[in-house]
Write a protein that binds this ligand. Sequence first.
Ligand code: GDP
Ligand code: MG
Length: 475
Amino acid sequence: MARLSDLTDSMGRALESAQARTGEFLFEPTLRLGVTGLSRAGKTVFITSLVANLLNPGRMPQLAAARDGRLLLTFLQPQPDDDLPRFAYEDHLATMTGPDPAWPDSTRHVSQLRLSIRVRPTGFLTGFTGPRTVHLDIVDYPGEWLLDLALLNQDYADWSAGALALAEGPARAQAAAPWLQALRGADSAASFDEAQAQGLARAYTGYLTRAKDAGFSGCTPGRFLLPGEMEGSPALTFAPLPRPDKPGRDSLWTEFRRRFESYKRLVVKPFFRDHFARIDRQIVLVDALGAIAAGPPAVEDLRLAMADILRAFRPGPNSWLSSVLGRRVERIAFAATKADHLHHTQHPALTAIMEALVADARARAAYRGAQTRSFAIAALRTTIEQTLDHDGRQLDCVRGVLMSTGREAALYPGRLPEDPAMLLTPARRGAGAWLDADYDIMAFRPPSAALGQGMGPPHIRLDRVAEFLVGDRLL
Ligand SMILES: Nc1nc2c(ncn2[C@@H]2O[C@H](COP(=O)(O)OP(=O)(O)O)[C@@H](O)[C@H]2O)c(=O)[nH]1
Ligand SMILES: [Mg+2]
């Protein structure tokens, strides 16, 4: 049995060079698939496994074109956008499925990969159409960047006031303390000083990082945590300030207000205009299990962040965003990731939680007519199921190799309620801990078994997600 990485290396690479620059044909349709989610939601793992499973579709029975043997050939090609980094597919796959499997490093920028799929259309046997090629451009971008959309409707004073109120609330007090301390030593009306500006921006970024590590999601500006190529520039060197009575022209306040506007102009708008506006299909990945394990404040925070993120998919008719949106996003999948932490009997409950997290937003503008669906998935399945007898009770567990010890262990993660309101309501009401439930998520290592011929990495429902997102274009 060959390892998947060998297979795709030899096959994918050879084709990539053979196909290089054979030209893009006008009649070959291109579908742009956006993959987003907050950091650690599982974007890199998802794209890597999706591509590997499309290149080797033996584990994709729910993708109709794969099941019916109509995927004649799938190969990687040079991407069409010369200004975007290429998604490091081969490196990530080698890391995840190599001899000592590990999780890929986290990435901090937008990247892209073009997968070309040669399909035999369903009407082939009846005569008229021959095989054709569909190009799938997969774009990976941080969900944090979508949160920045809200900034476009705020001025610096509004944003500062909101950020300060959030930081001063009980939930984030601990994470925010050092930044609030640094603020006390600053005078918004005093003359601007670059060293002080950098100190405040650093202290604020430190707070956002700690808030993120503590399981909180809504952290703007999105680029402070994932700066990309503009790290250190003035447009990324500012922070919220209390509003002074009479800010002078050379004050700290006035300069930060100017930089906040630069951030919107140089960072936020170009991203939405150049990348976001061109997306046809979208998947939003959500680590709902991680938030549940972190406790009610993290769940409420995730719900609010989701509402902000989803706003990008249903902008008001007269908003700046609708004025730059070219095509319409036709389908949006919402996927709760890492479902391999749960026995399959709990997957419907996880899907229901995912559904509830996006329900508010969905009830309103219906995402400009996009078709939406929620899933519980694992892009890389690390566990097998096992039912254990515990004090006479049957516990549905999952078994995998723990990252921490390198040993195999069975885990009972806790029982998710059938009704998502059992979690979302206490979270919304500000509960500090779950009343009579305990959720435990342990990090498992990627599986180390060799992959069979024609097989991608093991997954849960990746094929259903693929069918929903692109299946209609492979008919
Ligand atoms: N068990 C399990 N863990 C996953 C899965 N996908 C992601 N993870 C975990 O989540 C982490 C973050 O995933 P990654 O794809 O790097 O997230 P990104 O920041 O959104 O690109 C990984 O390092 C894994 O620990 C999955 O399908 N199963
Ligand atoms: Mg990533």
